[in-house]
Ligand binder design. Sequence first.
Ligand SMILES: Nc1ncnc2c1ncn2[C@@H]1O[C@H](COP(=O)(O)OP(=O)(O)OP(=O)(O)O)[C@@H](O)[C@H]1O
Length: 304
Amino acid sequence: MSVVRIDKVSRWYGNVVAVNDVTMTIGPGVTGLLGPNGAGKSTLITMMAGFLPPSVGAVTLDGVPVWRNHSVYAQIGLVPETEAVYDSLTGAAFVRANAELQGLPSPGAAADAAIEVVAMQDAAGRRIATYSKGMKQRIKMAAALVHEPSLLLLDEPFNGMDPRQRLHLMDLLRKMGAEGRTVLFSSHILEEVQQVATHIEVVVSGRHAASGDYRAIRTLMTDRPMLYRLRTSDDRRLAAALIGDPCTSGADLDVSALQVRVVDFERFSKLVPALARDLGIRLLEVAPTDESLESVFSYLVGRR
Ligand SMILES: Nc1ncnc2c1ncn2[C@@H]1O[C@H](COP(=O)(O)OP(=O)(O)OP(=O)(O)O)[C@@H](O)[C@H]1O
Protein backbone atom coordinates (compact mmCIF):
# COMPACT_ATOMS: atom_id res chain seq x y z
CA MET A 1 0.00 0.00 0.00
CA SER A 2 1.38 3.40 -0.97
CA VAL A 3 0.54 6.46 1.06
CA VAL A 4 1.94 9.86 0.14
CA ARG A 5 2.18 12.33 2.95
CA ILE A 6 2.73 16.02 2.31
CA ASP A 7 3.63 17.57 5.63
CA LYS A 8 3.61 21.35 6.09
CA VAL A 9 5.13 21.77 2.66
CA SER A 10 5.91 25.12 1.08
CA ARG A 11 7.77 25.68 -2.16
CA TRP A 12 8.80 28.97 -3.61
CA TYR A 13 10.52 30.00 -6.82
CA GLY A 14 12.41 33.22 -6.05
CA ASN A 15 9.67 35.55 -4.79
CA VAL A 16 6.80 33.40 -6.04
CA VAL A 17 5.18 31.19 -3.41
CA ALA A 18 3.82 28.29 -5.48
CA VAL A 19 2.84 26.03 -2.55
CA ASN A 20 2.04 27.50 0.84
CA ASP A 21 2.06 25.33 3.99
CA VAL A 22 0.16 22.38 2.52
CA THR A 23 -0.55 19.22 4.51
CA MET A 24 -2.40 16.31 2.91
CA THR A 25 -2.35 12.53 2.77
CA ILE A 26 -3.06 10.58 -0.40
CA GLY A 27 -3.84 6.88 -0.08
CA PRO A 28 -4.81 4.04 -2.44
CA GLY A 29 -7.58 4.64 -4.97
CA VAL A 30 -8.06 7.57 -7.32
CA THR A 31 -7.62 11.10 -5.96
CA GLY A 32 -8.30 14.23 -7.99
CA LEU A 33 -6.10 17.27 -7.31
CA LEU A 34 -8.40 20.12 -8.27
CA GLY A 35 -7.53 23.78 -8.63
CA PRO A 36 -7.50 26.67 -11.09
CA ASN A 37 -4.48 27.51 -13.25
CA GLY A 38 -1.44 28.49 -11.23
CA ALA A 39 -2.79 26.93 -8.01
CA GLY A 40 0.38 24.91 -7.46
CA LYS A 41 -0.80 21.52 -8.72
CA SER A 42 2.21 20.85 -10.96
CA THR A 43 4.59 21.94 -8.22
CA LEU A 44 2.94 19.55 -5.75
CA ILE A 45 3.02 16.67 -8.23
CA THR A 46 6.68 17.31 -9.11
CA MET A 47 7.55 17.23 -5.40
CA MET A 48 5.57 13.99 -4.91
CA ALA A 49 7.50 12.46 -7.81
CA GLY A 50 10.80 13.40 -6.16
CA PHE A 51 11.91 15.78 -8.91
CA LEU A 52 11.78 18.91 -6.78
CA PRO A 53 12.60 19.38 -3.09
CA PRO A 54 10.16 21.30 -0.87
CA SER A 55 11.58 24.64 0.35
CA VAL A 56 10.10 23.75 3.75
CA GLY A 57 8.40 20.59 5.03
CA ALA A 58 8.58 16.97 3.90
CA VAL A 59 7.08 14.73 1.22
CA THR A 60 7.20 11.04 2.07
CA LEU A 61 6.01 7.81 0.49
CA ASP A 62 5.14 5.23 3.15
CA GLY A 63 7.13 7.25 5.63
CA VAL A 64 10.28 7.49 3.48
CA PRO A 65 11.37 10.89 2.09
CA VAL A 66 10.95 11.01 -1.69
CA TRP A 67 13.50 13.65 -2.67
CA ARG A 68 16.82 12.18 -3.89
CA ASN A 69 15.77 8.71 -2.83
CA HIS A 70 16.37 6.32 -5.70
CA SER A 71 14.86 3.30 -3.99
CA VAL A 72 11.53 5.15 -3.82
CA TYR A 73 11.59 6.21 -7.49
CA ALA A 74 11.02 2.60 -8.58
CA GLN A 75 7.58 2.76 -6.97
CA ILE A 76 6.55 5.98 -8.70
CA GLY A 77 5.22 6.58 -12.21
CA LEU A 78 4.83 10.16 -13.46
CA VAL A 79 2.89 11.40 -16.48
CA PRO A 80 4.03 15.02 -16.77
CA GLU A 81 1.94 17.82 -18.27
CA THR A 82 4.59 18.76 -20.80
CA GLU A 83 5.09 16.72 -23.92
CA ALA A 84 8.19 15.06 -22.53
CA VAL A 85 8.52 12.64 -25.42
CA TYR A 86 11.17 12.07 -28.09
CA ASP A 87 9.43 12.77 -31.38
CA SER A 88 11.96 10.82 -33.42
CA LEU A 89 11.42 7.57 -31.48
CA THR A 90 8.60 5.15 -32.15
CA GLY A 91 6.14 4.76 -29.31
CA ALA A 92 7.49 1.26 -28.66
CA ALA A 93 11.12 2.47 -28.49
CA PHE A 94 10.17 5.29 -26.10
CA VAL A 95 8.38 2.97 -23.68
CA ARG A 96 11.18 0.41 -23.93
CA ALA A 97 13.79 3.11 -23.17
CA ASN A 98 11.88 3.86 -19.97
CA ALA A 99 11.82 0.16 -19.11
CA GLU A 100 15.60 0.05 -19.57
CA LEU A 101 16.09 3.18 -17.47
CA GLN A 102 14.15 1.44 -14.71
CA GLY A 103 16.54 -1.52 -15.01
CA LEU A 104 13.79 -4.04 -15.69
CA PRO A 105 14.96 -7.60 -16.46
CA SER A 106 12.81 -7.95 -19.62
CA PRO A 107 12.35 -4.41 -20.93
CA GLY A 108 10.82 -5.52 -24.26
CA ALA A 109 8.11 -7.63 -22.63
CA ALA A 110 7.38 -4.94 -20.02
CA ALA A 111 7.06 -2.31 -22.77
CA ASP A 112 4.68 -4.53 -24.78
CA ALA A 113 2.51 -5.10 -21.72
CA ALA A 114 2.33 -1.38 -20.88
CA ILE A 115 1.51 -0.49 -24.49
CA GLU A 116 -1.32 -3.00 -24.39
CA VAL A 117 -2.68 -1.48 -21.18
CA VAL A 118 -3.12 1.88 -22.95
CA ALA A 119 -4.38 0.19 -26.15
CA MET A 120 -1.64 1.64 -28.35
CA GLN A 121 -0.49 -1.61 -30.02
CA ASP A 122 -1.58 -0.50 -33.50
CA ALA A 123 0.38 2.77 -33.38
CA ALA A 124 3.40 1.59 -31.34
CA GLY A 125 5.58 1.14 -34.44
CA ARG A 126 5.00 4.73 -35.63
CA ARG A 127 7.19 7.71 -34.76
CA ILE A 128 5.80 9.81 -31.89
CA ALA A 129 5.98 12.88 -34.18
CA THR A 130 2.96 11.46 -36.04
CA TYR A 131 0.82 11.03 -32.90
CA SER A 132 -2.16 13.16 -31.90
CA LYS A 133 -2.05 14.92 -28.53
CA GLY A 134 -4.21 12.21 -26.98
CA MET A 135 -1.96 9.46 -28.36
CA LYS A 136 1.08 11.22 -26.89
CA GLN A 137 -0.69 11.24 -23.53
CA ARG A 138 -1.30 7.51 -23.81
CA ILE A 139 2.27 6.68 -24.74
CA LYS A 140 3.52 8.83 -21.83
CA MET A 141 1.12 6.84 -19.66
CA ALA A 142 2.59 3.55 -20.93
CA ALA A 143 6.10 4.84 -20.18
CA ALA A 144 5.01 5.79 -16.65
CA LEU A 145 3.40 2.37 -16.10
CA VAL A 146 6.13 0.19 -17.54
CA HIS A 147 7.66 -0.68 -14.15
CA GLU A 148 4.23 -1.25 -12.54
CA PRO A 149 4.50 1.57 -9.99
CA SER A 150 2.33 1.52 -6.89
CA LEU A 151 2.01 5.34 -7.06
CA LEU A 152 0.89 6.90 -10.32
CA LEU A 153 0.95 10.69 -10.69
CA LEU A 154 -0.64 12.39 -13.69
CA ASP A 155 -0.51 16.13 -14.39
CA GLU A 156 -3.60 17.32 -16.33
CA PRO A 157 -3.83 13.99 -18.19
CA PHE A 158 -7.14 14.77 -19.91
CA ASN A 159 -5.87 17.88 -21.67
CA GLY A 160 -6.10 17.54 -25.42
CA MET A 161 -7.99 14.25 -25.35
CA ASP A 162 -11.09 13.62 -27.44
CA PRO A 163 -14.16 12.21 -25.64
CA ARG A 164 -13.38 8.59 -26.55
CA GLN A 165 -9.79 8.81 -25.33
CA ARG A 166 -11.05 10.56 -22.20
CA LEU A 167 -13.43 7.69 -21.37
CA HIS A 168 -10.68 5.17 -22.03
CA LEU A 169 -8.29 6.96 -19.68
CA MET A 170 -10.99 7.31 -17.03
CA ASP A 171 -11.60 3.56 -17.17
CA LEU A 172 -7.89 2.93 -16.92
CA LEU A 173 -7.46 5.17 -13.89
CA ARG A 174 -10.45 3.56 -12.17
CA LYS A 175 -8.97 0.13 -12.86
CA MET A 176 -5.58 1.17 -11.45
CA GLY A 177 -7.30 2.51 -8.35
CA ALA A 178 -9.36 -0.66 -7.94
CA GLU A 179 -6.13 -2.69 -8.12
CA GLY A 180 -5.03 -0.92 -4.94
CA ARG A 181 -2.63 1.55 -6.53
CA THR A 182 -2.43 5.12 -5.36
CA VAL A 183 -3.44 7.26 -8.33
CA LEU A 184 -3.43 11.05 -8.25
CA PHE A 185 -4.30 13.27 -11.19
CA SER A 186 -4.64 17.04 -11.48
CA SER A 187 -7.38 18.95 -13.21
CA HIS A 188 -9.08 22.34 -13.13
CA ILE A 189 -12.50 20.88 -14.01
CA LEU A 190 -14.68 19.61 -11.14
CA GLU A 191 -16.90 17.46 -13.37
CA GLU A 192 -13.85 15.71 -14.85
CA VAL A 193 -12.54 14.95 -11.38
CA GLN A 194 -15.95 13.81 -10.20
CA GLN A 195 -16.26 11.21 -12.93
CA VAL A 196 -13.20 9.28 -11.89
CA ALA A 197 -11.92 10.29 -8.45
CA THR A 198 -13.31 8.86 -5.24
CA HIS A 199 -11.51 11.54 -3.26
CA ILE A 200 -10.79 15.19 -4.09
CA GLU A 201 -8.17 17.58 -2.76
CA VAL A 202 -8.66 21.22 -3.70
CA VAL A 203 -5.76 23.69 -3.91
CA VAL A 204 -6.07 27.39 -4.62
CA SER A 205 -3.30 30.00 -4.74
CA GLY A 206 -0.81 27.50 -3.34
CA ARG A 207 -3.00 26.65 -0.34
CA HIS A 208 -4.96 23.55 0.54
CA ALA A 209 -8.57 24.70 0.33
CA ALA A 210 -10.76 21.63 0.82
CA SER A 211 -10.76 17.86 0.96
CA GLY A 212 -13.47 15.22 0.60
CA ASP A 213 -15.58 13.27 -1.84
CA TYR A 214 -17.42 14.89 -4.73
CA ARG A 215 -20.61 15.45 -2.76
CA ALA A 216 -18.76 17.19 0.06
CA ILE A 217 -16.88 19.48 -2.35
CA ARG A 218 -20.01 20.21 -4.38
CA THR A 219 -21.92 21.04 -1.19
CA LEU A 220 -19.17 23.42 -0.10
CA MET A 221 -19.37 25.08 -3.47
CA THR A 222 -23.16 25.44 -3.59
CA ASP A 223 -23.53 26.39 0.08
CA ARG A 224 -21.53 29.57 -0.27
CA PRO A 225 -23.41 32.87 -0.56
CA MET A 226 -24.15 33.43 -4.23
CA LEU A 227 -25.74 36.08 -6.35
CA TYR A 228 -28.63 34.87 -8.51
CA ARG A 229 -30.17 36.69 -11.43
CA LEU A 230 -33.89 36.22 -11.97
CA ARG A 231 -36.08 37.44 -14.78
CA THR A 232 -39.78 36.97 -14.14
CA SER A 233 -43.19 38.32 -15.11
CA ASP A 234 -43.26 40.35 -11.84
CA ASP A 235 -39.77 40.93 -10.38
CA ARG A 236 -40.95 43.38 -7.72
CA ARG A 237 -43.53 41.07 -6.14
CA LEU A 238 -41.16 38.10 -6.17
CA ALA A 239 -38.40 40.27 -4.64
CA ALA A 240 -40.68 41.26 -1.78
CA ALA A 241 -41.57 37.62 -1.10
CA LEU A 242 -37.99 36.39 -1.33
CA ILE A 243 -36.52 39.04 0.93
CA GLY A 244 -38.86 37.90 3.69
CA ASP A 245 -37.22 34.49 3.74
CA PRO A 246 -33.97 33.69 5.62
CA CYS A 247 -32.49 31.89 2.58
CA THR A 248 -31.73 35.32 1.09
CA SER A 249 -29.74 38.22 2.50
CA GLY A 250 -30.60 40.92 0.00
CA ALA A 251 -32.22 41.75 -3.33
CA ASP A 252 -31.66 44.43 -5.97
CA LEU A 253 -34.13 45.41 -8.63
CA ASP A 254 -33.01 46.95 -11.86
CA VAL A 255 -34.84 47.50 -15.12
CA SER A 256 -34.08 44.17 -16.68
CA ALA A 257 -33.65 41.73 -13.78
CA LEU A 258 -33.78 40.95 -10.10
CA GLN A 259 -30.53 40.09 -8.32
CA VAL A 260 -30.85 38.09 -5.13
CA ARG A 261 -28.11 37.24 -2.65
CA VAL A 262 -28.67 33.65 -1.60
CA VAL A 263 -27.26 32.22 1.63
CA ASP A 264 -29.05 28.85 1.64
CA PHE A 265 -29.14 27.41 -1.84
CA GLU A 266 -31.09 24.25 -0.97
CA ARG A 267 -33.95 26.25 0.51
CA PHE A 268 -33.83 28.90 -2.23
CA SER A 269 -34.06 26.28 -4.97
CA LYS A 270 -37.34 24.98 -3.50
CA LEU A 271 -38.73 28.37 -2.49
CA VAL A 272 -38.51 30.11 -5.87
CA PRO A 273 -40.76 27.72 -7.83
CA ALA A 274 -43.18 27.45 -4.88
CA LEU A 275 -43.52 31.25 -4.57
CA ALA A 276 -43.85 31.66 -8.32
CA ARG A 277 -46.67 29.14 -8.37
CA ASP A 278 -48.50 30.61 -5.35
CA LEU A 279 -48.19 34.19 -6.60
CA GLY A 280 -48.91 33.35 -10.22
CA ILE A 281 -45.53 34.73 -11.40
CA ARG A 282 -43.82 33.30 -14.47
CA LEU A 283 -40.11 32.48 -14.16
CA LEU A 284 -38.19 33.35 -17.32
CA GLU A 285 -34.63 32.92 -16.03
CA VAL A 286 -32.92 31.86 -12.80
CA ALA A 287 -29.13 31.75 -13.02
CA PRO A 288 -26.10 32.27 -10.80
CA THR A 289 -24.12 35.39 -11.74
CA ASP A 290 -20.77 34.50 -10.23
CA GLU A 291 -20.40 30.81 -10.94
CA SER A 292 -16.88 31.15 -12.32
CA LEU A 293 -14.48 28.53 -11.08
CA GLU A 294 -12.26 31.23 -9.63
CA SER A 295 -15.08 32.67 -7.52
CA VAL A 296 -15.96 29.22 -6.22
CA PHE A 297 -12.35 28.51 -5.37
CA SER A 298 -11.80 31.89 -3.71
CA TYR A 299 -14.79 31.19 -1.52
CA LEU A 300 -13.30 27.86 -0.45
CA VAL A 301 -10.00 29.52 0.42
CA GLY A 302 -11.75 32.30 2.33
CA ARG A 303 -13.46 29.75 4.61
CA ARG A 304 -10.20 28.44 6.03
N1 LIG B 1 9.97 27.23 -12.43
C1 LIG B 1 9.23 28.24 -11.99
N2 LIG B 1 9.76 29.48 -11.76
C2 LIG B 1 9.00 30.49 -11.29
N3 LIG B 1 7.70 30.39 -10.99
C3 LIG B 1 7.10 29.20 -11.19
C4 LIG B 1 7.83 28.07 -11.70
N4 LIG B 1 6.96 27.02 -11.80
C5 LIG B 1 5.76 27.48 -11.36
N5 LIG B 1 5.85 28.78 -11.00
C6 LIG B 1 4.74 29.59 -10.44
O1 LIG B 1 4.23 28.91 -9.31
C7 LIG B 1 2.82 28.99 -9.26
C8 LIG B 1 2.22 27.60 -9.27
O2 LIG B 1 2.47 26.98 -10.53
P1 LIG B 1 2.06 25.48 -10.89
O3 LIG B 1 2.53 25.22 -12.28
O4 LIG B 1 2.54 24.58 -9.82
O5 LIG B 1 0.47 25.57 -10.83
P2 LIG B 1 -0.63 24.65 -11.54
O6 LIG B 1 -1.76 24.58 -10.59
O7 LIG B 1 -0.02 23.38 -11.98
O8 LIG B 1 -1.04 25.53 -12.77
P3 LIG B 1 -1.29 25.06 -14.30
O9 LIG B 1 -2.55 24.27 -14.28
O10 LIG B 1 -1.44 26.40 -14.99
O11 LIG B 1 -0.07 24.30 -14.71
C9 LIG B 1 2.41 29.85 -10.44
O12 LIG B 1 2.29 31.18 -9.98
C10 LIG B 1 3.58 29.73 -11.39
O13 LIG B 1 3.68 30.87 -12.19
